[in-house]
Design a protein. Sequence first.
Lengths: 437, 437
Amino acid sequence: MMKDINIGLIGFGTIGTGLVKLLRQNEELITKKLGARLVLKKIADIDITTQRGVKVGKNLMTTDAREIINDKDIPIVIELMGGYEPARTFVLEAIAKGKHIVTANKALLATYGNEIFPAAQKKAVDIGFEASVGGTIPIIKTLKESLVANKINSIMGIMNGTCNFILSKMTDEDKMFDVVLKEAQRLGFAEADPTFDIEGIDTAHKMAIILSLAYGKTVNLKDIYLEGITKVSREDIAFARELGYRIKLLAIAMLKDGAVEARIHPTMISSGHLLANVNQNYNAFHIMGDASGPVFLFGQGAGMMPTASAVFSDIIDSARNVLNGTNCRGPLRSISETDMQQIKLIPMDNVETKYYFRFSALDRPGVLSRISGILGKYNISIATCIQKARGKKGAVPIVMTTYKAQEKNVQQALKKIDKLDIVQGKTILIRIEDDLN
Amino acid sequence: MMKDINIGLIGFGTIGTGLVKLLRQNEELITKKLGARLVLKKIADIDITTQRGVKVGKNLMTTDAREIINDKDIPIVIELMGGYEPARTFVLEAIAKGKHIVTANKALLATYGNEIFPAAQKKAVDIGFEASVGGTIPIIKTLKESLVANKINSIMGIMNGTCNFILSKMTDEDKMFDVVLKEAQRLGFAEADPTFDIEGIDTAHKMAIILSLAYGKTVNLKDIYLEGITKVSREDIAFARELGYRIKLLAIAMLKDGAVEARIHPTMISSGHLLANVNQNYNAFHIMGDASGPVFLFGQGAGMMPTASAVFSDIIDSARNVLNGTNCRGPLRSISETDMQQIKLIPMDNVETKYYFRFSALDRPGVLSRISGILGKYNISIATCIQKARGKKGAVPIVMTTYKAQEKNVQQALKKIDKLDIVQGKTILIRIEDDLN
């Protein structure tokens, strides 16, 4: 006889609606693959009246999440409300009741992961969080399972669709940041208050989760170097193009002599690289394993149905465990929670990479020699230099790219250069990663 | 106390050597993630004397695979010998002894899958085969687990590194097929007898495995339409470029009104598409799920360490099952083996796609009208037409691309056109897929 597995959903927003839609749409296929029927027994949300465009019986709806958490017949709880509280409380309570958790809540896991995962391990319940990073892209499974035998030398990710939409539009249509942001808001690709996305905070949350999987270590969120996209200008995008680059908000993690470097900032990458060709609101990950070599994954990082697809992969994983009593057959993150340690990241000052500078300098003799003289003193070697518009009055842009240099030296050199009487305004700095494979 | 899990390796070639290398190289990391020690207890190969560049104790080596198959202390058998026999016999014997199997052998699974998988399900043992398709790319896991709730509307894959290396080189360096094939052989990207790769047979094997995962159906290998790359010419690559396309050997599976279409042939795809930018010997998959939208996966499809990385993901999956007694918690392929059915694919005659034609026609008045007249009669609409070199003596190329047309009509039209007195030589046909997302 076909078994039923009950699931309870907390949070009936966009993704929650997608989940119900997908369950209805592909029910036969899902049942066949699972060998059991998934039954959505209860949905909790503070709003149980708004029509979501999916048919849900009134008796399924409740405003009280604890009707799900305390229901002995629901072994799997899906948390799709987002935010810190009451999500954290609900998840911890559900774990305490022995429920398996499926969640898309990156903010929650990045901030309270060290509370939630050990609690789950103690109760031997699953935490599925494929949808928390990269939406529909199987990045969690790939790091946890597929690349399990690899040292992860680097991960570079485009992890925020809003930022990627804005930068792609600015690049392809030569538009200004503010104009594109408004367009993104109109299209629903950016929130009314877009801070969380455009300042890179959402990316940092995802990066923290990625680090815990790739390195079996947790980090302090604040230690991840973070720069959003608000200062990326049309002018720099145009110079990038001239230099053979595209600008992307990259989250970069690298293993260097056993230590980990993690930073998020607008980055120039070669226009021929796969990551440079991730456009619109898509996400992507470029992983370099010591055995695998480069692995590149691409897909929708958000959205109703793509995210629901990822949530479902976790639900079915957990449902298989419920059916077979095979929960917690592997670590929840990368290694046993009792072995997880918090590490210090390599300080940004010590990071070495290549740089793009755009100086605003007066068009006078000797300008280039004074700027390059200071760079030289700080061990910064110039790779290319573009100086245009000679003869114009006022400041003109001088663009340089460098070979690998140390961040601390770069910051000190720019401080000195910005004080020169011939330099007007703050020098623009964008980091370059072009020795990707 | 830390447990040991014994593994036995049958086949000590390139991938087998990579496996031993990786186990030595990342032993600490693997042990930490698994929570147990993987112990390579025995290696069987007909050649136990050649040095492979990895240290292996003499007592580990045997020429008798049954020393592994019959060893009660080895729960996981890794078959990396390739080919049909004795691989098939060994795998079936190991299954009968209750061993979990990890294999990279696509030929075996594509041909004897309907014997091997049901036998494994009966004995409740795992069959890990991530390395059989796409090398290091997690395509098996993605189809089985990550996209489990999706209807797979299409899969387009570059599944053979040799072909991709040859086509990429021909395209980027404007070289002829024979020249590049020799280069590929010299570099070790092509076998001395390259038939298996360049005629698409290897790709067909992989396609059969992919179909069983994506659609829960098995097919007769011979029913997959198959065209290799030996007829791709510099001239067509140049015309493709002019039309904004690149030529790749694509394996294409599509769901059409519930039926499945599967074909392998040189294909023109838009040069901006991710698949068009998969160069060298890399592999890639572009999957369109009904909920996920496009998912794109890229990596090394072969090679010692990338393949070993995939083999390891299966070994660790199985080792976790051995540790926890959680074997066979999901179907081995897509659905229970007892539900797997063999289906008929949509016949190639009924396939509808876009086409590129290159006619060799005498440069006389009325040529275009006679050719296009025949195409029109068969319901084939011309999208673009390139006619060059007017005034030259002898045959000149006339290139056309079409809107969607039916294969049967196309074949019949070309047969008529090739009989025209003004047409010399056989018309070249290359299929186009340019409405990918």
